[in-house]
Each structure stands twice: as structure tokens, then as C-alpha cells.
Design a protein around this ligand. Structure first.
Ligand SMILES: Nc1nc2c(ncn2[C@@H]2O[C@H](COP(=O)(O)OP(=O)(O)OP(=O)(O)O)[C@@H](O)[C@H]2O)c(=O)[nH]1
Ligand SMILES: [Mg+2]
Length: 220
């Protein structure tokens, strides 16, 4: 692993305005890596961070005249243990949750992934993706109710022929950005309230000082 790889794991960077982190969840072999590679096709630079069993895909885009750096996090094998390391979820702004329409079990496992996601990131946008529709277009007639039940956006996609791939990733970036903006506004509000609270506290404690001052016997 090179030094650049290590600095890429500097998690504090996700606090800055122009960086978002998007994670990918789902069973093994549903096509998570293929989807990312399809989206980033030209000039993507996956960075294998084998120590951490993950790959970072870096993507830069311009939204509202602002340059946005997106880190897509992809796992390398951890999902076989049915659970991710907490740092995988840390400061993520959106999640793309993938299943394979050809393997029912990968759909059945979605609630488990979703539960774990919500333990770490209760509020981030989550997009549900049914991959490999190229293998049998008829599956798009079937209903997969998990997303609807949870009120999550749902997409039929194919990493093999590219159907809807750009749409999913662009939507994920938009949702990540708006999540970040709104949670930041919320935090600003909390910080303001805390400052006010602090001021009030200081005022009341200085009142107290005066009282004790007054209560003291006059030395003169
Ligand atoms: N037909 C078809 N095959 C696909 C599609 N996407 C992925 N595959 C195949 O599915 C297999 C698994 O794809 P990966 O992208 O490696 O899956 P993954 O979710 O990253 O798997 P892990 O890294 O093991 O968790 C590969 O053989 C892909 O070629 C698709 O849209 N259609
Ligand atoms: Mg993979």
C-alpha cells in the first residue's frame, strides 16, 4: 500500500464542503464493483487498500459551479462475514444497496444490510439497486417491495449493458450532497443554540458573582 492510500483514509476530510463519501452494500457477487467500474469507465482510478479490505473509487464532478469530490467506497470481501467494520460507515453521506435479480437470496438479505446501515447511519439517503436485468428483462415486471416499504428510491440496472447506471450514481451524489448540506445546517443551528446557552450561563454566573460580592461585608 502506498502513502497516498493512507492519507486517503483521512476521515476528517469529509467534514469539508466539497467532499462526499458514498458507500456500497450488498451480498458478494451482486455486481457492486462492476457497477462502480461501469459508472467511472473512463479514467477511473480504483485504489486498492488491501489492509482495510476496501477499494476507493475517486470521482470529480461539477455541481452548481462547485467542484465536488466523491469517494465511492467498495468492499473487498468483508460482506462475506455479513457485517462491515464500523469505519466503513463512518461519515458516509449516502448508500447504494445492491442485489442480484438472478439470485433471490441477495434480495432476501437486504433487510439485514439495511438494519446494519441504520445502526450506524440512521438518516443518510439509501438507494436500492436491482442489478443484472440484462440477463432477463422480464424481471422488471416483478415487484420488489422492500424499497417501497422503506420509502427508498429503487432502480433496475445492468452493469453489463449500462442501463440506469449513470442515473443511480448521479442521484446518489445529489442525495449525498443535500444530506450533507441539511445536516450541516442542522449542526450550525445546534452550535448556535449551544453558544447562546453558553452566553446565558455565563451571564447568570456573573450575576451570581455580583450577588456574592454584594453579600460580602464592606471592607471599608
Ligand atoms: N449479466 C450480468 N453480470 C454481471 C452484472 N454485474 C456484474 N456481473 C457479474 O457478476 C459477477 C460479480 O460482479 P462483481 O462486480 O465482482 O460483484 P461484487 O458485488 O463486487 O462482489 P464482491 O466483490 O465479491 O463482493 C461478475 O462475474 C460480473 O461479471 C450485470 O449487470 N449483468
Ligand atoms: Mg467487489
Amino acid at each position: 500500500m502506498d502513502a497516498g492510500g493512507i492519507s486517503d483514509l483521512d476521515l476528517d476530510k469529509y467534514d469539508s464542503d466539497e467532499q462526499v463519501k458514498i458507500i456500497c452494500l450488498g451480498d458478494s457477487a451482486v455486481g457492486k464493483s462492476k457497477l462502480m467500474e461501469r459508472f467511472l469507465m473512463d479514467g477511473y482510478r480504483p485504489q486498492q487498500l488491501s489492509t482495510y479490505a476496501l477499494t476507493l473509487y475517486k470521482y470529480t464532478t461539477t455541481i452548481n459551479e462547485q467542484t465536488v469530490l466523491v469517494d465511492f467506497w467498495d468492499t473487498a470481501g468483508q460482506e462475506r462475514f455479513r457485517s462491515m467494520h464500523p469505519s466503513y460507515y463512518h461519515k458516509a453521506h449516502a448508500c447504494i444497496m445492491v442485489f442480484d435479480v438472478q439470485r433471490k437470496i441477495t434480495y432476501k438479505n437486504l433487510p439485514n444490510w439495511y438494519k446494519e446501515l441504520r445502526e450506524y447511519r440512521p438518516e443518510i439517503p439509501c438507494l436500492v439497486v436491482a442489478n443484472k436485468i440484462d440477463a432477463d428483462m422480464k424481471v422488471t415486471q416483478k415487484s420488489f417491495n422492500f424499497a417501497k416499504k422503506q420509502g427508498l428510491p429503487f432502480y433496475f440496472v445492468s452493469a453489463a449493458d449500462g442501463t440506469n447506471v449513470v442515473k443511480v450514481f448521479k442521484d446518489a451524489i445529489q442525495l449525498a450532497l443535500s444530506y450533507k448540506k441539511n445536516s450541516k445546517d442542522f449542526m450550525d443551528e445546534v452550535m448556535r443554540e449551544l453558544e447562546n446557552f453558553d452566553l446565558e450561563n455565563k451571564e447568570s454566573s456573573s450575576d451570581k458573582d455580583e450577588e456574592t460580592q454584594e453579600g460580602k461585608p464592606d471592607s471599608a
